[in-house]
Design a protein around this ligand. Structure first.
Ligand code: DC
Length: 660
């Protein structure tokens, strides 16, 4: 997951390949709660691991449920309709509506002393209609802040079921879902009927609820979308084991990628046309816009069909989350696209109508909006603008706008707070980068004399940008190590053999550890002796040549920071930012001195200084890749600078380059 303040997506030419998607948030959290409420143990397979499911798991643990997480499987020991203990519990719901609403209902029916709160945005998301319905049933719920909104305090109810329970259905279908999951806990001698007031929105999510209730032993009689009856005497029963489908809303981004990309198309695994998730009907909307989609059990294959896409008018009520993706596809269409009946967007993680409109406009698009609709006009070639997309702590805004990187003008897209995707799809960007084909991968090159601090600077800049990091010196160090292990003397006589080893080097970088095949060689190659040996092999032209492909392979999305001798001159000559990092010999010797002392070894400053000056002279004079700044490199003398200063200078230069 990218935890950087922003993530720059280079312009993409297309995307193709296969992705396996994480489990559905809606199914995951419903299944977890149902497993907790029923008798017996339930093994949940392919559970989504995300912020919202963690919130639910934490709440269940607080309630005294047994929760055992093993990879993507979770074993839940149910409460059997009773709480394990009676002390007061305070729950923190984050911004997870799929926990807040159903847990409120279940706890209100079970009774106890509970406080439910969340992040500030959660306290702006309405819950009054659910509270009203629960109060009508005899539940005790108080508002601790603003009337109609969390936080809430829940007490012990006096349940009375003498009349149908009314609930509004036109703000969020989650209120009805919450009641449907809570009321079986109160099922006694008589049927319980819920009556929906107002036109029910997001009906497909109710279908998911009914489908899962059935899996847990609860039959609900549905009359149209207005009356739901839970039969007297029904009881939650664990299905033993249950599998979570991949998230159909998450699939929408990859379906869109397929529809936007010329080529072999996208294959999506984990969800198919027979899905129980309403958002799967996004497929039909994408087809209407021009996508060609084939599907089978648990898979979809999407290719570009009509191009440009066809603009259309569509009621988005049945696919509220996935319809956001259509708003971005609309930028690539031949006519405006209007999404209607999407008022629920305004009370989601953020006001999504406002968010989509504001951010599409930043890209250069014309967008109109109303209380419950949005119209996005196509954005013609030549009019796309580089934009920094604000994401409002809304995972879907972040994922949607990643699709703008396919723009025909080759402009990059900055996504702010990329970690917000953790709500439902923590590895979204990693998954995207596996299938995305960039026009170009940005590479920043940093070179400089020994002990100038280029490695530290490069890895810090890489971390700040979320880029990969290439420590090219380590490749020479590992090559020398492998050659010594193979019994080869490090001289010109063995040049061909050492080059052969370098060409097939089984090297792996994991965090700050370096592996050669299955051995951690970090400490050996980082030693002074390791550096000397590297210096010998790096003077052999055939070895340098043999490492070129390996070094190029590090240039992957979203970008690379490479440090070492010839990064800007030979390996990545087209790099838009090359920095030559220097410091006085005395400063470098002092730093090295401190380093050696820190390792608990003896060190002689004068000897180190002499060594360093001799090495500078050798490095400058040698014939293979001598130490010299690329002609277009910027000089950075960090003699008087802290590491933070140097990092900030580099990031400022990078920002300047991006503006060009
Ligand atoms: O940066 P370092 O100290 O890990 O580099 C080890 C040796 O390899 C050093 O002598 C410089 C040399 N080197 C090189 O010739 N070309 C590179 N791209 C990186 C390092």
């Amino acid at each position: 997951m990218y935890k950087t303040p922003f993530l720059d997506l280079p312009a993409l030419s297309s995307a193709a390949g296969e992705v396996t998607l994480p489990g559905s948030k809606s199914i995951s959290n419903r299944v977890l709660l149902l497993a907790a409420l029923c008798q017996g143990t339930t093994v949940v397979r392919d559970l989504l691991d995300s912020d919202d499911t963690r919130v639910m798991l934490q709440a269940l643990r607080q309630l005294g449920c047994g929760v055992l997480v093993e990879g993507t499987s979770v074993t839940v020991s149910g409460l059997g309709g009773r709480l394990a203990h009676s002390q007061a519990i305070e729950f923190f719901m984050g911004n997870a509506g799929t926990v807040m609403r159903p847990l409120t209902a279940a706890l209100a029916v079970l009774g106890g002393d509970f406080i439910l709160k969340g992040v500030p945005r959660m306290h702006e998301r309405p819950i009054g209609d659910l509270v009203d319905a629960l109060r009508a049933l005899g539940c005790r719920i108080d508002y601790l802040g603003q009337e109609g909104y969390p936080p809430l305090r829940i007490g012990t109810p006096q349940i009375r079921i003498d009349a149908p329970i009314p609930v509004r259905g036109d703000v969020s279908s989650q209120f009805l879902t919450a009641l449907l999951m809570a009321l079986p806990l109160a099922a006694g001698q008589q049927d319980i009927t819920i009556e929906v007031v107002g036109e029910l929105i997001s009906k497909p999510y109710i279908d998911i609820t009914l489908n899962l209730l059935q899996r847990f032993g609860i039959e609900v009689r549905r009359e149209a979308w207005s009356r739901f009856t839970i039969a007297a005497g029904c009881r939650y029963q664990s299905p033993g084991e249950i599998h979570v489908e991949a998230d159909a809303s998450s699939a929408s981004y990859f379906i869109a990628l397929g529809a936007l990309s010329a080529g072999p198309g996208m294959r999506v695994l984990g969800v198919g046309a027979d899905s129980i998730q309403g958002d799967i009907r996004f497929v039909e909307a994408a087809q209407a816009m021009g996508a060609e989609v084939e599907s089978g059990p648990n898979w979809l294959h999407i290719r570009r069909g009509a191009w440009p896409l066809r603009g259309l008018t569509l009621n988005g009520n049945h696919i509220p989350d996935a319809a956001m993706t259509l708003a971005i596809m609309a930028l690539y269409a031949d006519a405006p696209t209007t999404l209607t009946d999407i008022g629920s967007w305004r009370v989601k993680e953020t006001d999504r109508i406002a968010a989509m409109a504001t951010e599409c406009r930043k890209l250069g698009a014309t967008v109109e909006e109303g209380p419950d609709w949005i119209r996005v006009h196509p954005l013609p070639t030549g009019q796309w603008r580089r934009a920094s997309i604000h994401t409002y702590d809304d995972h879907r805004v972040a994922m949607c706008f990643s699709l703008a990187a396919l723009n025909p003008d080759g402009v990059m897209v900055r996504i702010e707070d990329p970690a917000c995707v953790a709500k439902t799809f923590p590895d979204y960007f990693e998954t995207l980068f596996e299938v995305a084909r960039p026009l170009d991968v940005p590479v920043i090159c940093i070179d400089g004399p020994t002990a100038s601090g280029k490695g530290t600077l490069a890895s810090r800049v890489a971390a700040a940008l979320g880029y990969h990091y290439l420590d090219s010196g380590a490749l020479y160090r590992v090559t020398a190590h492998a050659a010594v292990q193979a019994g080869l003397a490090l001289d010109a006589a063995n040049e061909k053999n050492i080059a052969e080893l370098a060409r097939q080097l089984p090297v792996r970088f994991e965090g700050d550890r370096i592996w050669l095949a299955d051995l951690d060689v970090t400490d050996e190659i980082r030693s002074e002796a390791g550096g000397m040996r590297a210096s010998l092999v790096s003077a052999l032209p055939a070895v340098r040549e043999a490492l070129v492909d390996l070094q190029h392979s590090f240039a992957r999305l979203p970008g690379l920071v490479a440090d070492g001798r010839d990064m800007g001159t030979v390996i990545f000559p087209a790099s838009p930012l090359k920095v030559y990092l220097t410091a006085s010999a005395e400063t470098r010797a002092q730093r090295r001195h401190a380093q050696v002392l820190q390792r608990g070894q003896a060190a002689d400053y004068s000897a180190l200084l002499a060594d360093l000056q001799a090495r500078d002279a050798r490095d400058i004079q040698r014939s293979a890749a001598p130490l010299r700044a690329a002609a277009d490199a910027l000089d950075l003398d960090n003699t008087g600078l802290s590491i933070d200063d140097s990092v900030n200078q580099l990031l400022a230069w990078w920002e300047e380059r991006l503006q060009r």
